[in-house]
Design a protein around this ligand. Structure first.
Ligand SMILES: [Zn+2]
Length: 267
């Protein structure tokens, strides 16, 4: 839960009662108790914890992002530039950022001939470029600046929503999940459009995106779909809203898989 900071603080820092310089986070300065710097650290730690960053991305930082191609150099540059102008963009309608594909997964799925599908998949690779890595690095950077972020991964989030929908609780569980996605100051949405679409899900995509748009809350997203196939996966209304929000900061990327290259170099 977003409000539960105490347990999260304990998870991340062993000495949350005080750092040795303070008592319970406060230092007595004459008659005035001022906040110790460890309190800020604790707050940042709990924001990190609340961001729900998957464990496998513990090391995802900008300095650990490997740029082995021009595409990746460009991706790193665009993400960095976006963060540089984030404060200025934040309150605007076009405050979001996206990495999408040149040739969407949905188009690949529709290729019947297996050999042709493999050929096109190789030609238009968009796996292993490190989109998620950069998104998570951006999330961490924003958290360090004091901005709370929530990260969701499309397939697991949509699965959980569908499960929550089946509870006999008058929609309470669904609303709780929606609430955190809608109200997070920044939402990082990994692999949007990957989950299998359904009427319910299209409705959820639109609700989250449109509510965020109305409240001018940014979304940093990635997708293996392109600007046309995204429509088929998340719906026309949600897709055009999302692409509108990221106008000027949405990049279609493809290129060779750097994980494969890394593996080849190691072996
Ligand atoms: Zn302290």
């Amino acid at each position: 839960m977003l409000s539960d900071t105490t347990t999260n603080t304990q998870v991340l820092s062993s000495g949350s009662e005080g750092c040795g310089k303070c008592v319970d986070g406060f230092i007595l300065d004459g008659w005035v108790a001022r906040e110790c710097s460890c309190m800020q650290q604790n707050r940042m730690n709990s924001r990190m914890q609340n961001a729900m960053i998957p464990e496998e991305f513990d090391n995802a930082e900008f300095h650990t992002y490997r740029t082995v191609s021009k595409t990746q150099e460009g991706m790193l540059r665009k993400m960095t530039e976006y963060l540089e102008k984030f404060d200025e963009l934040r309150s605007q309608r076009t405050n979001s950022f996206g990495f999408i594909s040149v040739f969407g997964e949905q188009k690949l799925r529709e290729i019947k001939n297996p050999a042709e599908r493999v050929r096109m998949k190789t030609l238009h690779n968009n796996f292993g470029l490190g989109k998620t890595h950069l998104q998570i690095a951006a999330a961490k950077e924003l958290i360090k600046r004091g901005i709370p972020v929530v990260c969701i991964s499309d397939v697991s989030y949509m699965d959980q929503l569908s499960k929550a929908r089946a509870y006999n609780d008058e929609g309470a569980a669904v609303n709780r999940m929606l609430d955190s996605a809608i109200h997070a100051p920044v939402l990082v949405w990994d692999d949007i459009g990957k989950a299998k679409p359904s009427e319910f899900r299209l409705d959820m995509y639109y609700q989250i995106i449109d509510e965020r748009y109305k409240a001018k809350r940014p979304i940093i997203f990635s997708s293996n779909e392109d600007d046309q196939t995204l429509t088929e996966r998340i719906g026309d209304a949600a897709s055009s809203r999302l692409l509108g929000m990221s106008k000027g900061n949405c990049y279609a990327v493809e290129g060779s898989d750097y994980r494969l290259k890394g593996a080849a170099a190691n072996g």
